[in-house]
Design a protein around this ligand. Structure first.
Ligand SMILES: NC(=O)c1ccc[n+]([C@@H]2O[C@H](COP(=O)([O-])OP(=O)(O)OC[C@H]3O[C@@H](n4cnc5c(N)ncnc54)[C@H](OP(=O)(O)O)[C@@H]3O)[C@@H](O)[C@H]2O)c1
Ligand SMILES: [Zn+2]
Length: 355
């Protein structure tokens, strides 16, 4: 039932920030009588939809939900009150609310009303689904995911900068799904100059993240896929006073341009946090990726490795200079998993969290 909650929650993938992904199932005498999920900020919560779906059959029923029911008046009344009012007998909660200020409040409210509450069911999966939301709450910035594709000899492009394509079609389809689950995707100016990427999800009805370019010089091509904004928006982050003529050209193409006091990954992520974002995908080259890692703006890494060799002593690699000199200083990933995707390999892991 909890896995079903997660499945329902995923229907709103990429669309709920700054809110979490939540699904709920109501079971009466072994039969599912109600289901719901949270479609997005400002809309009712998953439990409310599930209660509506169940109607009278919620009385005496068991409610499953992947995140602790809320207990405060936000844009909607608290779900804990709705569950009490519906007379449910038992609530099974995937994980406690990550916000230390409210954690446990919803559960306590239910228990005080005589409802049996079970906490921590399929908890690892629940945490992973909402890792962006949890990070946003705990650290007041979005969760950063760095994704790159490299050859077996560790290159993300040839020495001339050509990189289409390193990974196979199935791996690229997976990247499109990953984009659909993120609120924004970031590249640096050089990637726009060399690759002219689209950065869309390429699937009908899937969410498309805000496409973000970080460029200090704004020495960028006048024509690029990212400047085509009729379907999907693009944001260019730059520094005060950079190339004003080009800024004007971008505004004419409906590309939003924001000048930050200085252009760093930290400032960029702070801006995206203010926009309400939870998950940000770094799809940049090694220069910006190294800076983002050094500043603690990357939490998770997804490396696609293709069994190809291009060589070239000047061909770029996924991460630029981190200033490390000794192998003992290497950043060791945690919770590492790998899988094969046709002929490619995907290695995933988490960077040790900076204090
Ligand atoms: N295989 C892959 O997964 C993959 C993914 C992405 C890119 N690539 C390849 O990587 C190569 C480009 O790599 P790259 O590292 O040069 O490009 P990049 O990701 O475009 O990053 C460097 C650019 O980011 C901008 N930037 C803004 N703020 C910055 C900051 N604080 N620190 C550093 N840079 C900042 C600068 O743009 P301005 O110069 O405009 O100011 C800088 O030139 C291309 O050949 C591309 O094909 C491969
Ligand atoms: Zn709620």
């Amino acid at each position: 039932m909890m896995q079903r909650c997660l499945q329902l929650a995923r229907r709103a993938l990429g669309r709920t920030a700054p809110n979490p992904l939540v699904g709920s199932v109501i079971v009466q005498a072994g039969e599912v009588v109600g289901e719901g999920f949270h479609p997005g900020a400002g809309q009712p919560h998953a439990e409310v939809f599930a209660l509506q779906d169940a109607g009278d059959r919620a009385f005496g029923a068991t409610v499953y939900v992947n995140l602790e029911p809320c207990n405060h008046y936000g844009r909607t009344p608290p779900c804990s009150e709705a569950l009490v009012a519906a007379g449910v007998a038992k609530v099974v909660v995937g994980m406690v609310d990550p916000n230390p200020l409210v954690a446990g409040g919803g559960i306590m409210r239910l228990r005080n009303a005589g409802i049996e509450v079970v906490v921590g069911v399929e908890e690892d999966d629940c945490r992973q689904l909402n890792e962006g939301f949890v990070h946003r709450i705990l650290y007041q910035r979005p969760f950063g995911i760095l994704k790159y594709a490299m050859t077996l000899d560790g290159k993300i492009a040839t020495s001339s900068g050509h990189s289409a394509w390193i990974s196979n079609q199935s791996a690229r389809n997976l990247v499109h799904q990953l984009r659909a689950a993120c609120d924004a995707v970031i590249v640096g100016g050089n990637t726009v100059r060399k690759d002219n990427p689209r950065l869309t999800s390429r699937q009908a009805e899937a969410h498309n993240p805000l496409r973000v370019v970080m460029s200090r010089t704004l020495d960028l091509p006048t024509e690029a896929y990212l400047w085509q904004t009729t379907e999907f928006p693009t944001l260019v982050l730059t520094q005060k006073g950079a190339n004003l003529d080009f800024q004007q050209l971008l505004w004419q193409k409906n590309v939003e341009v924001i000048e930050l006091p200085s252009l760093t990954p930290t400032r960029a992520m702070a801006h995206l946090y203010e926009r309400g974002f939870s998950s940000v995908l770094w799809e940049c080259g090694g220069t910006l990726a190294a800076q983002a890692i050094a500043e603690g703006m990357v939490q998770k890494i997804l490396a696609f490795i293709a069994p190809k060799i291009v060589g070239g002593s000047n061909a770029p690699s996924p991460i630029g200079d981190l200033g490390l000199t000794n192998m003992t200083q290497a950043l060791a990933l945690e919770r590492v998993r790998w899988q094969t995707i046709d002929s490619d390999c995907l290695v995933e892991g988490y960077l040790p969290q900076k204090k």
